[in-house]
Design a protein around this ligand. Structure first.
Ligand code: GDP
Ligand code: MG
Length: 439
């Protein structure tokens, strides 16, 4: 069984992609502690925290096959990809060009790492006063240009064949867009949005050039949900850039809660909920200092403790403590950490990197599913899968194991409610379940 959910970090050179990946991934993850078969140099494992059902089910000791469970909080592994080499003009073959773009096919969600300090230009060269909004618009434009370019080149032929086959528009489009890793459901959502929101005619042969562009914009929205990590918030000019970005992407009042197909199109495919403020280098430093036992720090939290904060008897440490007293900090490092606390933790509540993972999973609408062999005394939730919205009970069984699929006899919730094969899995409803097999 493998998790196929992939978060890809993208952005111009020097935005902080590698730093972000270092900050958020668990470099010490042991092989076998994640469900992904191979981890390449530009990949890593991050964790999505979710409430584990082990407590509610009286599980004495929760033993996840992958990730970990701490105090009833389950940390589910998520695969991260560092997609380097994107430069302006990539869709026309500049830089690594299409090779870079091809990497995106594996991604379910993009994390666009943006340098909010304005100290790097569009090519990643040092500068001052660069407007990071240009980066947000550029990435989106680059992806649209790539897909639109490929589609437009073939469009006349596509429409001609479509007229002969009398296929549904969604099927014709999916045949063209499947290469971007888009399933039928994604293409259907894009078509619905294009028709409802942008008023496109339903018949493909009535699409003019503007209609094709509008459809591609909707398709990119559906296929590449994007979280913007506004990085380098610790730097001086970040503040005013952040304010301008938040103004630009503020949700119009009265827009629905989920940005569904009825509401107005979002600017550049994002709105303020998709923006997370981060300081990747701060998180890297905090984790490193914690590893070396200079500080106590839980990733994602709003503060840390040094030896000066703890009683000197050496066992004043709280909670699940591990390796004894903290080492004292030298003056320079103490000052550096003090600055970090003032500029990042106190101002923004955290370094933000962990929030990006949460937002990425949520923006993709993923549902955590906990299949159990039994809900009796030996109940265990060894697996937690993040599945795409709309995944049915039967599809889950197929994904879990081919044997579960072959001998599938039904599924039920802990309350004994029988689930239908084509019931979609919904969080808080039927995402804790047991697959019943025959024989
Ligand atoms: N001040 C500050 N610098 C950062 C931050 N994240 C990355 N950097 C710096 O930006 C530069 C480029 O970072 P890197 O991760 O290599 O960017 P990449 O080219 O996108 O992978 C390095 O000098 C990093 O130390 C941050 O949050 N704050
Ligand atoms: Mg890099």
């Amino acid at each position: 069984m493998s998790s196929s959910f992939v978060v890809a970090c993208v952005g111009k050179p020097s935005a902080g992609k590698s730093s972000f990946l270092n900050a958020v991934t668990d470099a010490t993850a042991k092989v076998g502690n994640f469900p992904f078969t191979t981890i390449k140099p530009n990949q890593g494992i991050a964790y999505y925290p979710v409430e584990c059902p082990c407590r509610a089910h009286g599980v004495q000791q929760c033993r996840p096959r992958h990730g970990r469970c701490e105090g009833g909080r389950r940390w589910v592994p998520v695969q991260m990809l560092d997609v380097a080499g994107l430069v302006p003009g990539a869709s026309e073959g500049r830089g690594l060009g299409n090779q870079f773009l091809d990497d995106l096919r594996a991604a379910d969600v993009l994390v666009h790492v943006v340098d909010a300090s304005g100290t790097t230009d569009e090519n990643g060269k040092e500068t001052r006063g660069y407007d990071p909004i240009d980066d947000i618009r550029w990435l989106r434009g680059e992806i649209e240009a790539w897909i639109h370019g490929n589609l437009e080149r073939r469009w006349a032929g596509v429409v001609r064949r479509h007229a002969m086959t009398k296929a549904a528009p969604v099927d014709t489009l999916q045949a063209q867009l499947g290469g971007y890793g888009a399933g039928r459901a994604v293409v259907q959502r894009a078509v619905d949005a294009a028709v409802r929101r942008r008023g496109l005619p339903e018949a493909l042969d009535a699409w003019d050039a503007a209609a094709l562009r509008a459809f591609v914009a909707e398709f990119v929205d559906c296929r590449f949900p994007t979280v913007v990590a506004l990085n380098k918030i610790d730097m001086p000019d970040a503040d005013k850039n952040i304010a301008a970005i938040m103004r630009r992407y503020r949700r119009p009042p009265g827009s629905g809660s989920d940005g569904g197909a009825e509401g107005p199109a979002r600017r550049d495919g994002i709105d303020e909920r998709d923006i997370v403020l981060t300081s990747a280098v701060s998180e890297c430093l905090l984790r490193k200092m914690a590893r070396q036992r200079f500080i106590r720090y839980t990733p994602g939290s709003d503060d840390f403790a040094t030896s000066a904060d703890e009683p000197s008897d050496g066992n004043g440490s709280k909670e699940e403590d591990d390796g004894g007293p903290l080492k004292p900090l030298d003056e320079k490092t103490a000052r550096r950490l003090g600055n970090l606390r003032d500029l990042v933790l106190f101002r923004y509540g955290s370094t933000g990197v962990q929030d990006v993972i949460v937002r990425a999973v949520e923006t993709a609408g993923l549902v955590p599913v906990f299949p159990a062999k039994s809900f009796g005394r030996d109940c265990q939730f060894r697996d937690c899968l993040l599945v795409r919205p709309g995944t049915t009970v039967r599809e889950l069984a197929r994904r879990l194991h081919h044997r579960l699929d072959e001998s599938y006899a039904g599924a039920e919730t802990p309350a004994g409610i029988q689930l239908a094969e084509d019931d979609p899995i919904v969080a808080g409803c039927n995402n804790v379940l047991r697959i019943v097999t025959s024989g």
